[in-house]
Design a protein around this ligand. Structure first.
Ligand SMILES: [Zn+2]
Ligand SMILES: [Zn+2]
Length: 346
């Protein structure tokens, strides 16, 4: 079958047309992939930059994890999905036995395996995954929207963890797909004002199109701007960090008002120094990390918004490529693309 693999610890991926079809374990389903999307993590793996170190990979590995398709076969122990079901993949494969799994936090399992990193992924004609990570697509949902549930869920989960309240002013650093989706969902959640920060003009334009205030952080005094956006409160109520840039915290933390909240979603490629006394304790900040999506609170909330047509994920798609053109797809992301789809050849 066709597949995109990481075969060596260096830049790039390998395209192959004769990769063996995956073997089906008893608890797994075999899915014929219809649509995949490229994630920021895939970009780090492709570029093999400092961010790739966050996700150690064994070679060779079929990469890619944002995907949708149709179940073609099921293992002997599978009971929840059937042949013909249209599904999307949750990337976090839980053990279903540890404390986190048993107490409603399977997305942060102690023995977590990541689809497309620890387990062969979705940039292929066929992929297998445990039935426990398959989300059945609602009848009217397109495969393209289905493939974007995973990244949109990252934004949804960040807001679910943020304690956002109607009337809040929200700052979002990074206007890639996750940042933009966070902006959109913050508006739906009742934010009175959203300030979106990025250095790329195409991404700032996309943020502006969502109806938020788009700011290039290179221009002017950002902390002052955040204060001016929310003078009655002395800063923003909530900051969602979605850029993954290590140096953002230095200028973005002072934008948060006293007793405000920071939710970190982006993964910096190195440790970030923070002055706990001055920047956290004395301001009474709440800092929450957010990893993946809650199973299945995040997915069902997102599906409900999609069903009610409150959000349109396909609007975030700017490019579509066939899998053999993967180099052009990754190149598009370097040049301001928002969401880039990669489909298996037909
Ligand atoms: Zn992803
Ligand atoms: Zn577990």
């Amino acid at each position: 079958m066709e597949a995109l693999l990481k075969t060596e610890p260096e830049r790039g991926l390998t395209y192959s047309q004769d990769t063996p079809e995956p073997e089906l374990a008893a608890d797994e389903a075999l899915v014929e992939i219809t649509t995949t999307a490229i994630c920021g993590t895939d970009v780090h793996i492709y570029e093999w930059d400092e961010g790739a170190a966050n996700f150690p990979i064994q070679f060779p590995r079929i990469v890619g994890h944002e995907a949708s398709g149709t179940v073609r076969a099921v293992g002997s122990a599978v009971s929840r999905v059937s042949v013909g079901d249209r599904v999307a993949f949750e990337t976090h494969i839980p053990c279903n036995h540890c404390y986190a799994c048993r107490t409603g936090n399977a997305h942060n399992c102690e023995n977590l395996q990541l689809f497309g990193i620890d387990h062969d992924g979705a940039f292929a004609t066929l992929a297998t995954a445990p039935e426990s990570v398959l989300f059945k697509l609602p009848e009217r949902m397109s495969f393209e929207t289905g493939a974007l549930l995973e990244p949109a869920g990252v934004a949804m989960h960040a807001l679910q963890r943020s304690g956002i309240r109607p009337g809040d002013t929200v700052a979002v650093t990074g206007c890639g797909p996750i940042g933009l989706l966070t902006c959109k969902l913050a508006l739906i959640a009742g934010a009175s004002r959203v300030l979106a920060f990025d250095i790329d003009s195409a991404r700032l334009e996309a943020a502006r199109d969502l109806g938020v205030t788009a700011i290039n952080p290179g221009s002017g005094d950002r902390a002052l701007l955040a204060h001016e956006a929310n003078p009655a409160r002395g800063g923003v109520d909530l900051l969602v960090e979605a850029s993954g840039a290590a140096d953002v915290f230095e200028w973005a933390l002072p934008m948060i008002r006293r007793e405000g909240t920071l939710v970190t979603v982006g993964h910096p490629g190195r440790p970030v120094p923070i002055d706990i006394t001055q920047s956290v304790n004395k301001l009474g900040l709440t800092i929450r990390g957010s990893f993946g999506r809650h199973m299945w609170k995040t997915w069902t909330a997102l599906a409900a918004l999609l069903e009610a047509e409150r959000i349109d994920l396909e609007a975030f798609i700017t490019h579509r490529f066939a899998m053999p053109d993967f180099d052009s797809a990754f190149d598009a992301i370097r040049h301001g693309a928002i969401k880039v789809l990669l489909d298996p050849s037909r």
